[in-house]
Ligand binder design. Structure first.
Ligand code: PEP
Ligand code: MG
Length: 761
């Protein structure tokens, strides 16, 4: 049954519309369980009514026309109890309500399971049979498992308004609002351009071809490319392969012949399917046919067909990506957007970002903030194909997206954009003023940097230094490790631009969600795996060459070079890394460079380092809290996972206490303490950090002016009073409300998101 289950989920995922997905569910469940009837009811969010949405095996004409009130009948009971109900004689049940349009009185066996998403019942999935019998445990377990997997599909349809199309009684989908996570503040209005990572063949959806001729041309080009690749590989291996192994390449080529797979795909394109969808259909049909064969040799051929299909798909996707046009008001939408995808778009055309996965501390959200582009992350219910080319509003303050906005909604958001623009202009006047509280406490405001092109933006906003240079970003945009000289040139450019300000270079922090295409790390649990200092200590050649590049880049400059170590979890690592930095420095001096010894610091972003902060501080020159990871590891909440994003709180009382302890530990050893996690760039977080005694707040350049504006209008005393209150609180929501209320009371409400979010339709 597992195989059936997977197949159903896969087919439902690839269905071209919600209606088609529901029809697939009911017909496939009926065949798999061998029941007579299968139906789905979905809930109307506004009224709580259940709509008869799909049916097979009885009077399907009633689909779209029957509505059941909340709590009514057996459907209502399943929803109310939020658990399966399995009856051998349904009409005898006291809750049974006879619905003549459906003809349910003829069916005795009844099994209904709720469809639940994030604790809400969104629908009910039902199977019925004429004979009087109880469905067995296995059947019940199958339906429960299936329904849990389908819940996301229904949730998506609910959010996107597709559910409305199932019933004529509801209005059309304008102002459809999707809720996600606030990724980067600001409002963006524009047209959705959907980008896809190299997808798995199985996940390609059906879609109508916009232009059949173009799809045919693209397909033929992809086939030609794959033929060429196979020829090339075959030729290269000619000498090493036995003739029967070489025959495999001929077999591949034959499959691509006009009278084989390729023609079948073309036929489907001619019938209106886009090339990728047609390819998926044909390849999967053939692989399934092979998989069902008795002969094990032939069964193995399924893998060959799939591999071939994947190759053709890769070219189709690549050609499509290159043909993608980005209008001047592009809202980039993708399943899981990456830094590299952002890099493909001219920045002046990018008005907003919507990522279905990820959360506010995913690296793509951090980049969006650095670029000052509004972003919504974890918008899981947005349909990639449904929003393509549609007008979207991205509300990066509240993490919501409005599709097909009405005129009043557009006007509302346009006014907000204008307000923000005026505020940003006012903030420009603060550029050269010091960041000092009303009672004279000086705070250093530095920037987090990593993207090329951030230098000017940072200096324009009054950055007093670089508090975090994410060196992995230049590594990520190459197709091999950059050489020492290439690294030196990039680092030098930044140090020279910031001279004589201090520059903090973090050693390579790959792993987790930061992958290098040319150095793949595959792990079940990447955030707890080979990441940051763990990788570079295992590869001293990479570490030393990076440190040498940093030290050389600082030659002859006044600005202090600070080298910072990420993901430290034990003192061993610190000792070893400090030894390597000193060695690299010695080498560079011996080579005749005029260089100072760099300061060395450790990022405190793993709970063990919090408890050993004092011992660590003794070994180095400074500490800097990485609150993004510290929060993730303290709360055991993946910073990238939209499903648990509501549990990710940098102002969780436990995180705040840890941060306070780290600040005390650094000061007790007479060492500087900074913070370079995203918390520092929020007005609320900055107030708390000032109170805790952080000397340096490092943030993205976009947020710097607002933070300076706030700090210049509060006193250290106020900050301490607010911190004391916050630390008496037990949960993060309370602390957030307190901080916002305090900012409002101090007349700083302009930095608190306060606009009304137009209600969901
Ligand atoms: C952090 O973890 O807070 C941090 C600044 O580093 P990164 O976000 O690059 O992991
Ligand atoms: Mg980190």
């Amino acid at each position: 049954m597992l195989q059936d289950l997977r197949q159903i989920v896969q087919d439902v995922g690839a269905a071209p519309s919600f209606k088609a997905a529901l029809d697939t569910i009911v017909s496939r469940v009926r065949t798999t369980l061998g029941t007579e009837v299968c139906s789905v009811y979905v809930v109307n969010r506004d009224t709580g009514d259940f709509h008869f949405a799909a049916n097979v095996g009885s009077r399907s004409a009633a689909v779209g026309r029957v509505v059941i009130s909340p709590g009514e009948g057996l459907v209502g009971l399943v929803a109310e109890r939020a658990e399966p109900i399995n009856l051998d004689d349904a009409p005898q049940h006291p809750n049974f309500v006879h619905l003549p349009e459906i003809g349910d009185e003829d069916f005795h066996a009844f099994l209904g399971v709720p469809i639940i998403h994030h604790r809400r019942v969104l629908g009910v999935l039902i199977v019925r049979q004429r004979e009087s019998r109880k469905f067995d445990e296995e059947e019940e377990a199958f339906l429960v498992t299936l329904s849990a997997q389908l819940a996301a599909v229904v949730a998506h349809a609910e959010a996107s308004g597709d559910i409305r199309e199932l019933s004529e009684r509801l209005p059309g989908p304008q102002d459809t609002r999707f809720t996600g996570i606030a990724g980067s503040p600001g409002i963006g209005i524009g047209r959705a351009v959907v980008v896809h990572p190299a997808a798995n063949l199985e996940r390609v959806p059906d879609k109508e071809a916009e232009n059949v001729t173009v799809e045919l041309v693209l397909f033929d080009r992809a086939i030609a490319q794959v033929r060429r690749d196979i020829h090339d590989v075959g030729r290269k291996l000619e000498a090493t392969l036995a003739p029967e192994e070489r025959a495999l390449f001929d077999a591949y080529l034959h499959m691509l012949d006009d009278d084989a797979l390729a023609e079948e795909v073309r036929e489907r394109i001619r019938h209106g399917q886009w090339a990728q969808g047609a390819l998926r259909q044909v390849i999967l049909e053939h692989t399934r046919a092979f998989e069902r064969m008795e002969d094990s040799y032939l069964r193995e051929r399924a893998a060959d067909v799939r591999e071939l299909g994947q190759r053709v798909l890769a070219y189709l996707q690549d050609m499509r990506r290159r043909r993608t046009q980005f209008p001047d008001d592009t809202i980039l939408v993708g399943d899981e957007l990456s830094a590299a995808m952002l890099g493909e778009i001219p920045m002046d055309r990018l008005q907003g970002i919507v990522s279905l996965r990820g959360s506010s501390n995913s690296h793509v959200a951090i980049l969006a903030r650095a670029l000052d582009i509004p972003a919504v992350m974890g918008a899981v219910d947005v349909s990639l194909y449904g929003v393509e080319n549609r007008q979207l509003i991205v509300d990066g303050f509240y993490g919501s997206v409005v599709a097909n906005p009405s005129r009043p909604v557009v006007d509302h958001y346009t006014a907000l954009m204008e307000e923000e623009r005026e505020f940003a202009e006012e903030l420009e006047e603060l550029r050269d003023l010091p960041c000092v509280t009303r009672d004279g406490q000086r705070i250093a405001l530095w920037v987090n940097i990593g993207l090329v092109g951030e230098i000017t933006r940072s200096l324009d906003r009054g950055a007093e230094g670089i508090g975090l240079f994410r060196t992995e970003v230049p590594f990520m945009t190459e197709d091999r490790f950059p050489t020492e000289e290439e690294q030196r040139a990039i680092y030098r450019e930044h140090m020279a631009a910031f001279e004589p300000r201090p520059v903090t270079m973090r050693t390579l922090d790959i792993g987790g969600d930061k992958a290098l295409s040319y150095f793949p790390i595959s792990e079940d649990n990447p955030f707890l795996g080979w990441r940051g200092i763990r990788v570079t200590l295992d590869h001293p050649e990479i570490f030393i060459s990076q440190v040498r590049a940093m030290v050389k880049a600082n030659a002859g400059l006044e600005g202090i070079l600070r080298i910072m170590l990420p993901m430290v979890s034990s003192l061993f690592e610190v000792r070893e890394a400090v030894g390597l930095v000193e060695r690299a420095h010695r080498e560079v001096v011996e080579e005749g460079y005029d260089v100072k010894r760099p300061q060395i610091g450790v990022m405190i972003e793993v709970p063990s380092a919090v408890y050993q902060a004092r011992q660590i501080a003794r070994l180095v020159d400074f500490l800097a809290v990485g609150s993004n990871d510290l929060t993730q590891y303290m709360l055991a909440v993946d910073r990238n996972n939209a499903h648990v994003a509501q549990l990710y709180w940098e102002i969780h009382p436990a995180v705040l206490q840890a941060m306070r302890e780290v600040a005390k530990a650094a000061h007790a050893e007479g060492k500087g303490i900074g913070i370079c996690g995203e918390l520092a760039g929020t007005p609320e977080g900055a107030v708390l950090c000032v109170a805790m005694g952080y000397d340096v707040l490092s943030m993205n350049a976009t947020h710097l002016p607002k933070v300076k504006w706030v700090i210049r209008q509060v006193s250290l005393r106020d900050c301490r009073r607010i911190l004391a209150k916050a630390l008496r609180m037990v949960d993060a929501h309370e602390i957030r409300d307190l901080l916002r209320a305090e900012l409002m009371e101090a007349g700083l409400g302009r930095v608190v998101p306060h606009h009304e979010v137009p209600a969901a339709v």
